[in-house]
Ligand binder design. Structure first.
Ligand code: ADP
Length: 510
C-alpha cells in the first residue's frame, strides 16, 4: 500500500527524533568524558534508548539499541574512534548494555501497546455510548442507517458498506456501483447469519468483515448486513467493536419494526372495537325497537278495521317513539365511528359560541314547554375554531339528558378560563337531578355505559350519548368532564382550547 503524505511525514519525524536523541547522548558523553567513568557514560546511552522506546515503534527502538552500543564503542571504548574492542571486560560491558537496552525496549513497547489499547478502548466505549444516545431519537430506518454509516466510518478507516432490507422486500438495498464480491459477501453472511471474514474462522482469506444486523432468535429477522474493508485478522478488539456497533444498530432497527407492528395492531384493535360497537347496536339495541315498529305497523295494516281509534293512536305513538329512538341510536353510533376514524378530518370554522348555544336552545325549547333551561352566555366571547354541527350535537345531548333525568331548572353557562397553557372556553350544563354515583364516574363516558338510576327507572336510553359527547370534545383537542355537585345533581363541563390569533370580524380593521 502506498504511503500517504501524512504517514511519510511521521516517518521522517521518527527518524529525526532517533538521531537527535542519540546525538544528544553522544554530545553529553563527550562533555562528561573527562570527569566520569565509562559505565556512567553507557548509562546516558541507555537513557536515550529508553526515551526512543517510549516514543517510537519496535524497529526504531531495536535500531537505537544497536546504534547506542556502536556509538559508545566508537567514541569512548579504547581504542577510541574505532569499532575494535581490546579488553574483554569492555566487550562484556557493551554486550550487557545491548541486552539491557533490548530488555528495556521490549518492556517499554509492551507498555506503550497497552496504553494505546486502553486509549482506543476508551474512545470506542465513548463512541458506543454516543451512538446509543443518538439511536434513541432515530425514528426511521433511514435515520438509523445514517447514524450507523457515520459510526462505522469514524471507527474504521477502510470502505464501509451498510445495507438494509428494502421496505417490504426480501432483497438488500445495495448501491449500483457496489462490487459483486461485496454483494456476495453480504448475502452470504445474511444466509448463514454469522460474522464472516478475517480472523473469524470463515472466509479467513479476506481482508474484510461481513457482519449481519441482528440475530435469528425468538422469531426475530435480520434487518441487513455490514461490510468493513481493510481490516486485519488479528485485530480481535476491532472486530468486537464492529460487532457491538452492529448489534446496537440491529436493536434500534428491531425497535422501529416493533413500534410499526404495534401501531398496526392498535389500528386493528380499534377496527375490531368499532365492529363490536356495530354488532352490539345491531344485535340488541336495534332489534328491540325494530320489532316494536314492525309489530305495530303490521297490526295497523292487517287489523286496521278491528282496532279502535284510541288503539290505532297508541300504536302510531309507539311507532313514532321507537323510530325516533332508532334514529337517535343510529346517529350516535355512526358519529362515534366517524370520530374514532381519525382519517376523516373535522370541518372546522371560526364560530361564535353565542350563536351555537342560541340555535341549540331554540330547537330544544320546542319540547321544553316549562322552559326549565336557563342560559348565561356573555356577549363579547372570542370565536372558537370548531365543527359547529358536532358542538351543537354535544350541547344538545347534554341538555336532553338533563331534561330527561331531572324536573328542576337546568343551567347552561358559557365562560372563559385562563390557565398556564392558555385560555379555554367553558360550556357547563348543570342540573339538580339524581347525579352520578362515585363508582360510576370512571365509566359513565364509555360506550353503552348506563347509570344505575336509569336502569332502575327503566328510563329509555342507549348509553351512547355521553360517549359521543366526549369523542367530539377530544376530536377538538378539548375535554368533557363530569363533576358531582354539592347538594346533588351533575355538572358537565366542556372545555375548548382557544387559539391566540382570532380572525377579523366583518368591518374590523386589521
Ligand atoms: P343514555 O342517556 O342514552 O342512557 P348517555 O350516554 O347519554 O346514555 O348517558 C349515560 C348514562 O349517564 C345515563 O344512562 C344516565 O344514567 C347518566 N346520565 C347522563 N346524564 C345525566 C344527568 N344529567 N343526570 C343524571 N344521570 C345522567
Amino acid at each position: 500500500m502506498a504511503l500517504t503524505s501524512e504517514s511519510r511525514n511521521q516517518s521522517w519525524k521518527d527518524w529525526f527524533l532517533l538521531l537527535f536523541l542519540l546525538s544528544a547522548a553522544t554530545l553529553a558523553c563527550l562533555l562528561l568524558d573527562p570527569y566520569v567513568s565509562l559505565t556512567s557514560l553507557s548509562m546516558l546511552y541507555v537513557l536515550a534508548v529508553v526515551l526512543v522506546s517510549s516514543r517510537l515503534g519496535r524497529s526504531h527502538s531495536v535500531l537505537a539499541a544497536f546504534a547506542a552500543v556502536a556509538a559508545l564503542n566508537f567514541f569512548f571504548v579504547p581504542p577510541r574512534w574505532t569499532f575494535q574492542v581490546e579488553r574483554s571486560e569492555h566487550f562484556i560491558a557493551l554486550l550487557t548494555m545491548l541486552v539491557l537496552a533490548l530488555v528495556i525496549n521490549h518492556l517499554a513497547s509492551g507498555m506503550r501497546r497497552e496504553t494505546e489499547m486502553a486509549r482506543l478502548n476508551e474512545t470506542r466505549a465513548r463512541q458506543l455510548q454516543s451512538l446509543a444516545i443518538a439511536l434513541a431519537d432515530a425514528d426511521t430506518p433511514q435515520a438509523v442507517k445514517l447514524l450507523g454509516q457515520r459510526a462505522l466510518d469514524t471507527a474504521f478507516s477502510g470502505t464501509n458498506t451498510l445495507a438494509l432490507f428494502e421496505a417490504d422486500a426480501s432483497e438488500l438495498d445495495l448501491p449500483l456501483e457496489l462490487p459483486n464480491a461485496i454483494r456476495d459477501g453480504l448475502r452470504c453472511c445474511l444466509k448463514e447469519a454469522v460474522v464472516l471474514g478475517a480472523g473469524t474462522g470463515r472466509w479467513t482469506e479476506l481482508d474484510a468483515w461481513y457482519i449481519p444486523l441482528g440475530e435469528l432468535r425468538q422469531g426475530r429477522e435480520l434487518s441487513g448486513a455490514v461490510c468493513i474493508q481493510a481490516v486485519a485478522g488479528d485485530d480481535e478488539s476491532g472486530r468486537e467493536h464492529a460487532v457491538a456497533l452492529c448489534s446496537m444498530l440491529a436493536q434500534a432497527l428491531w425497535r422501529l419494526r416493533l413500534s410499526v407492528a404495534m401501531q398496526a395492531a392498535q389500528r386493528e384493535a380499534q377496527k375490531q372495537q368499532l365492529q363490536g360497537i356495530f354488532l352490539a347496536a345491531i344485535s340488541h339495541d336495534l332489534r328491540t325497537p325494530l320489532a316494536v315498529v314492525v309489530g305495530a305497523a303490521s297490526a295497523l295494516q292487517l287489523q286496521h278495521d278491528k282496532l279502535s281509534v284510541l288503539e290505532q293512536q297508541r300504536l302510531l305513538t309507539s311507532i313514532v317513539n321507537e323510530a325516533g329512538h332508532l334514529a337517535n341510536l343510529t346517529e350516535n353510533t355512526l358519529q362515534l365511528v366517524r370520530l374514532a376514524n381519525s382519517a376523516q378530518p373535522l370541518t372546522r370554522d371560526w364560530e361564535s359560541m353565542e350563536e351555537i348555544t342560541g340555535s341549540v336552545l331554540a330547537r330544544i325549547r320546542q319540547y321544553d314547554s316549562s322552559r326549565r333551561i336557563v342560559s348565561k352566555v356573555p356577549d363579547s366571547l372570542p370565536l372558537v375554531r370548531v365543527d359547529a354541527v358536532l358542538i351543537s350535537q354535544l350541547i344538545s345531548n347534554l341538555l336532553e339528558n338533563a331534561l330527561k333525568y331531572t324536573d328542576a331548572a337546568i343551567h347552561l353557562v358559557v365562560s372563559l378560563e385562563t390557565q398556564v397553557e392558555g385560555e379555554n372556553l367553558l360550556v357547563s350544563v348543570k342540573d339538580r337531578g339524581p347525579g352520578i354515583s362515585e363508582a360510576e364516574l370512571a365509566t359513565i363516558f364509555d360506550a353503552y355505559s348506563r347509570g344505575d338510576h336509569s336502569e332502575r327507572s327503566q328510563q329509555r336510553g342507549s348509553g351512547l350519548g355521553l360517549a359521543v359527547c366526549r369523542a367530539i370534545a377530544q376530536a377538538h383537542g378539548g375535554s368533557l368532564i363530569l363533576r358531582r355537585r354539592s347538594g346533588g345533581g351533575s355538572s358537565f363541563i366542556l372545555s375548548l382550547p382557544l387559539t391566540l390569533e382570532q380572525p377579523f370580524k366583518q368591518g374590523e380593521q386589521p
